[in-house]
Ligand binder design. Sequence first.
Ligand SMILES: Nc1ncnc2c1ncn2[C@@H]1O[C@H](COP(=O)(O)OP(=O)(O)OP(=O)(O)O)[C@@H](O)[C@H]1O
Ligand SMILES: [Mg+2]
Length: 322
Amino acid sequence: MILGLETSCDETAAALVTHDGAILTNVVSSQAELHARYGGVVPEVASRRHLELVTPVIREALAEAKAELGDVELVAVTTGPGLIGALLVGVAAAKAIAWARRLPLAAVDHLHGHVASLYLQPVALEPPFLCLLASGGHTLLLDVRDHGSKPRVLGTTIDDAAGEAFDKGARLLGLGYPGGAEIDRLARSGDPQAFDFPVARVPGLDFSFSGVKTALLYAVRDKQAAWLEAARPDLAASYQRAIVRALVERTQQAAEQTGATKAAVVGGVAANSELRASLGGAVLAPLPLCTDNAAMIASAARYVEPLPYPGYLGLDAYASTA
Ligand SMILES: Nc1ncnc2c1ncn2[C@@H]1O[C@H](COP(=O)(O)OP(=O)(O)OP(=O)(O)O)[C@@H](O)[C@H]1O
Ligand SMILES: [Mg+2]
């Protein structure tokens, strides 16, 4: 079995996955509450919390699967992109376990991990397919040709990521951090036609979400608290509609242009109920695998050339993809 570790942002996660993609256990400890008071992730606070949580989370994953470190054949870890201090905690933990047990180590790219959430059972999607990756830090349309190699980027955001737009919008609406799930919940009782928020149309297959965020800012600016309280569900529904429309339209355009017969959606924003309902024909990442988790990292490791013992001791993390 494969032990996967993920500490790139504010989730400390460990999972055990078999070589044929069955999830034995998938433990995620979110630090969201810790960062909520600051309205976003504080990198140094996240690193320190990962350090406290990484060992208990690994122990919990092993206990849940009634497994021991002796059962692990491969250790997989996210090496980037993400918060560098946070990544280093996972990388150091993975190296220590792999080295102590004389195991190979697989260095996994976080975005490859999100796509590989589709390769786990029972979905077990086979490439080629068009993949919308919408998360807190990325909005990408990917042409996935096979399980392992880097996919061609067909489109990306020229400013904010879709998840970032949800989080910033939530902040403007006075909702908690992280805001995507809160907007999703509130939007259910709101009218998506109440406000006419713009859907940016940039050239090609790229996205832009800064305009819709500014439109929301103007809508709520200088308003009384009572007005905002009453309008909040409508604002959330209209804002969500604009973001979801942009994602759906672009994905459909990309499918037409590439002639893709299969489309899929992954990443934290793939948890959004309106997006899931609007992308009817697409393969949706299972809900627990949308936001950061280690099962997707262990899944991706199955398609990565592992580094043999002990050659990985100098392995480093990277904050962003060049
Ligand atoms: N139901 C939802 N609707 C909309 N957005 C959501 C929902 N649930 C989570 N999100 C958003 O998903 C994002 C978190 O996703 P994820 O954990 O994949 O991102 P990340 O790891 O921080 O970023 P990246 O993967 O780009 O490094 C947040 O921006 C959050 O608001
Ligand atoms: Mg992520």
